[in-house]
Design a protein around this ligand. Structure first.
Ligand code: FAD
Ligand code: NAG
Ligand code: NAG
Ligand code: NAG
Ligand code: NAG
Ligand code: NAG
Ligand code: NAG
Ligand code: NAG
Length: 574
């Protein structure tokens, strides 16, 4: 090796070493001597619009010692509602993520069930933070966290399934109250050519939830591509969009990331930047699927909207009374899926060994066309179930997606219990060539699966490399999820056993579709190869963009881009 080369290498390693020196190996968490004192927090409080928040698990209201107001009845009445949980900075939708497991297996938690015999503890709930109401609040909070080298958490609704919106001893930026909704008849992205004008766009502050966004869009006669859950409590401009954002409307209109025109985002240096196709286009690429809590704090998202159109709802509930019937019907359902999604129908199906249930939506379609498309399935179902318990089936016209959504999702309980989800995206060639094999595998999964028919169609027409999203989405027909739940108060080893069980079920899907990838927002928190599984061939570029905008890794989340350089606590570099 030439001497000049060698000296350059030495110079480089000296430079690298000094860089490493400039960045402490570990982040500062509550309780350490580095943690800012009262004076520093008082100064921060004077610079933001709201008093600082001191988050606690909402269940703490049931421990009188912690709460003289004794409003525990509120907690027990509402703890399973997504919109209720989203109102508290210290609440996660899955209570497990409020807890913290020490290396010795002891769990720090605040259980709703006070008879379990544990005291109420802070767990993984951040201890202090900023209730952001303006872009400036976010900038101030980001600068404070960066300057003090704090472990930082960005939290919106707390729906995350991978624990990415919580961390023990962390400082919190709570985006929930960034509730602005703005309509514009015409919109030109910052930096775009004069002629590049979009009509009827909607800008959502990053705390807006789907039920608020849908109400606003509907009041203008517009349709917005968004997520669905009981009460539509998921955030419309936070983790959902940053991870990809699927919708029953996606086969017709694309994913969330396919409908974004612009982000406003506060980067690690505290700057407020506009990311779109013309300005910070690398960041724009990464924000569309590179994952929440990783590239900066998004303050608003500008979406395309569409004219509100009538839709046809498609409903089916078929009892599966024998193994043979189950196999025949689930195979037929799966065989037809590419046709349904490529015609623009999207929706959800619950499939297990005793029932096949689904509800889909077909935007701007005639009922006769939809009936003709779904008839082959209902014919076979009628034949196979004749003489047995009745099936329910049908197509129903609605005046809008909004009406369909209101009927199915206007309320109800969907969260507040402990659950892991594991998933895979299943590609079109597999579904087309081997529907029977896919059916067999799915029917072998304990507890069944949730089949999300939210890909194909418009999702497949987007070039895979045009957004940072896992390219596996562009080749998929469905995102299939399996579940394991456990009771509150379970020991660390019981929880781990449920995790292992689920990993085993997911490995059946992996074996069926090797390397097919998974949706980062609804996945196992302990995937063996998260970089490949969640980001595929986009990982390298995402990591380079992360380095550009966040060289010190202020924004870090479990399994997120750059997380592999840190230990499992995400507090210290390897
Ligand atoms: C009941 C339920 C239903 C769901 N339905 C759907 C669905 O229909 N479609 C779908 O695609 N997914 C769905 N999901 C998954 C959902 O997309 C993820 O849970 C997502 O992470 C939620 O984002 P959030 O902002 O609401 O939640 P949070 O848990 O608050 O945030 C999630 C992640 O995003 C980060 N984040 C949040 N806001 C910002 C911001 N402003 N800037 C930077 N980072 C931010 C957080 O740091 C965290 O890493 C559902 C989840 C649940 C629990
Ligand atoms: C309980 O009441 C106190 C005082 O009104 C309030 O600050 C807190 O948010 C309430 N907690 C819950 C979980 O309702
Ligand atoms: C486990 O570790 C925690 C934190 O260090 C400690 O408080 C607890 O007593 C330990 N429990 C056991 C059973 O050793
Ligand atoms: C919300 O909208 C109001 C009125 O248009 C505006 O003054 C305010 O700055 C906006 N807030 C944020 C956080 O964008
Ligand atoms: C609805 O479909 C018809 C064709 O069937 C098409 O002409 C029309 O443009 C569509 N409307 C919208 C708003 O997409
Ligand atoms: C249903 O059964 C009828 C009568 O047995 C038969 O003619 C028809 O082909 C069957 N249809 C399907 C879709 O299996
Ligand atoms: C529902 O099933 C019945 C047979 O049970 C069939 O006659 C009818 O056409 C089906 N309806 C639809 C919309 O498929
Ligand atoms: C199967 O799913 C149905 C809902 O579609 C549910 O009612 C039933 O309990 C499930 N059965 C099993 C064995 O999981």
């Amino acid at each position: 090796m030439p001497v000049s080369c060698l000296s350059r290498m030495i110079l480089q390693s000296v430079l690298l070493a000094s860089l490493a020196l400039a960045q402490p190996r570990c982040k500062c968490t509550f309780g350490k001597t580095c943690w800012p004192g009262e004076k520093a927090f008082n100064k921060l409080a004077s610079q933001v619009s709201q008093p600082l928040v001191h988050p606690v698990p909402p269940e703490s209201a049931c421990y009188p010692a912690n709460n003289p107001a004794d409003n525990c009845t509120d907690v027990t009445a509402h703890s399973r509602e997504g919109n209720w949980r989203a109102e508290f900075p210290g609440s996660m939708q899955t209570p497990y993520w409020e807890t913290y497991t020490f290396p010795n297996g002891t769990i720090s938690a605040c259980y709703l069930d006070t008879t379990l015999g544990f005291s109420c503890q802070q767990g993984s709930v951040p201890v202090i933070g900023v209730d952001a109401r303006s872009e400036k609040d976010v900038q101030t909070a980001v600068k404070f966290a960066a300057k003090n080298n704090l472990r930082l958490v960005v939290k919106n609704t707390g729906h995350d399934y991978l624990g990415r919106s919580t961390a023990r001893g962390a400082f919190l930026i709570w985006t929930h109250h960034l509730k602005n909704i703005t309509f514009r008849d015409t919109f030109r992205p910052v930096g775009a050519p004069q002629a590049k004008v979009y009509e009827a766009v909607m800008t959502l502050g990053s705390g807006v939830q789907w039920h608020e966004a849908y109400d606003a869009a509907n009041s203008r006669g517009r349709l917005l591509v968004g997520g669905l859950s009981a009460g539509a409590s998921v955030g419309a401009a936070g983790g959902w969009i940053l991870g990809g954002g699927h919708s029953a409307l996606s086969p017709h209109y694309g994913l969330g990331v396919d409908n974004v025109l612009e982000f406003s985002v506060v980067t690690a240096d505290g700057r407020l930047v506009t990311a779109n196709a013309y300005s910070h286009s690398d960041l724009f690429w990464a924000l569309r699927g590179g994952g929440g809590g990783t590239f900066g704090v998004v303050t608003s998202v500008t979406y395309r909207t569409y004219p509100s159109v009538p839709v046809i709802g498609i409903f089916g509930a078929v009892p599966l009374t024998s193994e043979a019937i189950a196999k025949a019907l689930v195979t037929e359902f799966i065989r037809l899926q590419p046709i349904w999604v490529n015609t623009g129908y999207g929706g959800y199906s619950n499939i297990n060994s005793s029932a096949l249930q689904f509800f889909f939506v077909a935007p701007n379609a005639s009922q006769a066309d939809v009936d003709a498309t779904v008839q082959p399935f209902f014919d076979l179902a009628a034949n196979l179930t004749s003489g047995g318990p009745p099936m329910q089936n049908g197509t129903v016209p609605f005046d809008s997606f909004f009406s369909w959504y209101r009927l199915l999702f206007s309320g109800g309980e969907q969260v507040g219990t402990n659950i892991f989800i594991g998933s895979r995206l299943l590609p079109l060639p597999l579904i087309q060539s081997s529907p029977e094999k896919v059916a067999e595998t799915i029917l072998s999964i304990e507890g069944g699966v949730l089949w999300h028919a939210v890909a194909g169609g418009a999702v497949s027409r987007v070039p895979p490399d045009s957004t940072g999203l896992n390219p596996a989405w562009r080749n998929a027909v469905t995102h299939v999820g399996a579940f394991q739940g456990w009771p509150e108060g379970a020991s660390a080893s019981v929880i781990a056993a449920h995790g292992n069980k689920l990993q085993g079920e997911v490995s059946k899907l992996e074996k069926l579709a090797p390397g097919s990838g998974a949706y980062f927002n609804e996945a196992l928190p302990f995937e063996p190869r998260p970089q490949t599984t969640f980001f595929g061939s986009h990982y390298k570029r995402l990591k380079a963009i992360k380095k550009t905008y966040d060289p010190a890794s202020l924004f870090l989340v479990a399994n997120g881009v750059g997380s592999e350089d840190w230990d499992s606590s995400l507090n210290c570099r390897h």
